[in-house]
Design a protein around this ligand. Structure first.
Ligand SMILES: Cc1ncc(COP(=O)(O)O)c(C=O)c1O
Length: 446
């Protein structure tokens, strides 16, 4: 720990993700974190920052959850690693059993990052049909404005064009349909008086491409990085019906929304729909260790057994760290903590607090155009205009910058939308105070 003693770091040595390195050092102060407690991070200059982004949407129980820390320490002493190829390990089995209990999915395929989980689900959906002899059922459908990760497979199904433009060619049989964003209805319909044209766009696309060429449809139950967009009621029921009718697997990407983020273990439960495959990550371990998972129904799992035309049908895929016992005990403890402390109810209480505070922000700031969100995942949308304070930064970046100066951490994800995604361990009054500070920052920036 180097609090207060400024070390001479070579800040260029550790190359940061999604970051202009010169700007990180010259504009953003080259912040280096060295310590943490509760929902606060401390940098090497001794400055404390209240984290309103749950790390990177993953530190859902704060930075000093002693039961998770103790479980990891104990696991390090017993079994720090075990290969998940050809062998299993006790924490992985216990976690899979627990995940079945809370989500209803019988099987867990463990991975490390959200992107790995998405790639795994995409490959699983392809091989599922390959195993049945459908060699051309390889296409993926996803949503415009969707974010599914940064590896080539996950990026191919992303709908944020800016993220993709430097990396083509991506998977060529990846198709997108319009995002179900009622405020910007792609079909120019009035909110609440449409026929879910955005969902039927999947059916139209399937007819155009051919059902024999599409293996899966992937979507986030709430589009996170796209700006916390909540699809209209009935959307996923219609999607699921279309998938079933056309023998297409439905993959729900719950990397951001899972683990209670919106008050349920899985956000899709609110739509009363069960996907065929579910990706979870981020908050799965409370952010204390890297772990993600693809949850599968028995029907899919059974499709990977036996022999097909002299080929074994097992899932020919995995990673060195799949089923890592450290990650698995961290996840088990995270779930146990959430259950024992009735955190899902607490999230619903915090939701009321955050919603009220954001409505106030909206009414007091004319440059706020809309508020979107649910549970502890919210977006404040601004007018699409460059910042007057610094033309190199957009408005959301300026807000994050000023907030950081005032000891609040926010992460600029989406151009016009400031995403607020606090940890579940906030107390209502603490969250209210933090949002009052954000309100003052917005007025200042306006
Ligand atoms: C919905 C969703 N899917 C996938 C990912 C990718 O996760 P990771 O960054 O752990 O690879 C993210 C990350 O933000 C996400 O929000």
């Amino acid at each position: 720990m180097n609090i207060g003693q400024e070390e001479k770091y070579n800040l260029h040595s550790s190359w940061l993700s999604w970051t202009d390195m010169d700007s990180f050092i010259n504009d953003w102060g080259g912040t280096v974190f060295v310590d943490s407690y509760d929902n606060t991070l401390i940098d090497n200059k001794g400055k404390h920052y209240l984290d309103l982004s749950s790390g990177l949407w993953n530190v859902c129980l704060g930075y000093s959850n002693q039961s998770i820390i103790a479980s990891i320490q104990k696991q390090f002493e017993v079994l720090p690693f075990a290969s998940n190829a050809c062998f299993s390990n006790e924490p992985a089995i216990k976690l899979a059993t627990k995940l079945y209990e809370i989500t209803g999915y019988e099987h867990s395929f463990f991975t490390s990052s959200g992107s790995e989980a998405v790639d795994t689900a995409l490959k699983m959906s392809r091989q599922y049909y390959y195993n049945q002899g459908y060699k051309f059922k390889t296409g993926f459908v996803s949503l415009e404005k969707a974010y599914h990760g940064s590896t080539f497979g996950a990026l191919s199904v992303c709908g944020i064009e800016e993220d993709k433009k430097a990396f083509g060619p991506l998977l060529e049989d990846s198709f997108q349909i319009p995002a179900p964003d009622c405020d910007f209805c792609p079909f120019k319909k009035e909110k609440g008086s449409c026929n879910l044209e955005c969902a039927y766009a999947l059916e139209d696309l399937v007819y155009e491409i051919g059902t024999e060429r599409i293996c899966s449809f992937i979507a986030e139950p709430i589009l996170g990085s796209g700006g916390v967009i909540i699809p209209p009621s009935g959307y996923f029921k219609t999607i699921k019906r279309i998938c079933e009718k056309n023998d297409i697997l439905f993959i729900s990407d719950e990397i951001a929304t899972g683990m209670g983020r919106v008050g349920e273990w899985l956000a899709l439960k609110k739509s009363e729909v069960k996907a065929d495959l579910v990706c979870m990550g981020k908050g799965l371990t409370g952010g204390y260790a890297p772990l993600s998972v693809v949850l599968s129904t028995s029907a899919i799992y059974e499709g990977f057994k036996g022999i097909n035309q002299n080929d074994k049908k097992f899932f020919n895929h995995g990673f060195t760290s799949s089923g890592n016992p450290i990650g698995c005990v961290a996840a088990l403890k995270t779930i146990e903590y959430i259950e024992q402390n009735d955190v899902l109810t607490h999230i619903k209480q915090l939701e009321k607090e955050i919603e009220e505070s954001l409505q106030k922000i909206s009414s007091e700031n004319s440059h706020v155009k809309r508020i979107t969100g649910e549970g502890l995942m919210w977006g404040i949308w601004f007018e699409d205009r460059p910042s007057k304070m610094n033309p190199n930064f957009n408005l959301v970046e300026i807000i994050c910058y000023v907030a950081k100066r005032l000891n609040i951490l926010l992460f600029p994800t989406n151009g016009n939308c400031l995403i607020i995604i606090p940890s579940f361990s906030f107390e209502p009054t603490e969250l209210k105070l933090a949002l009052e500070k954000i309100n003052r920052i917005l007025r200042m920036v306006e």
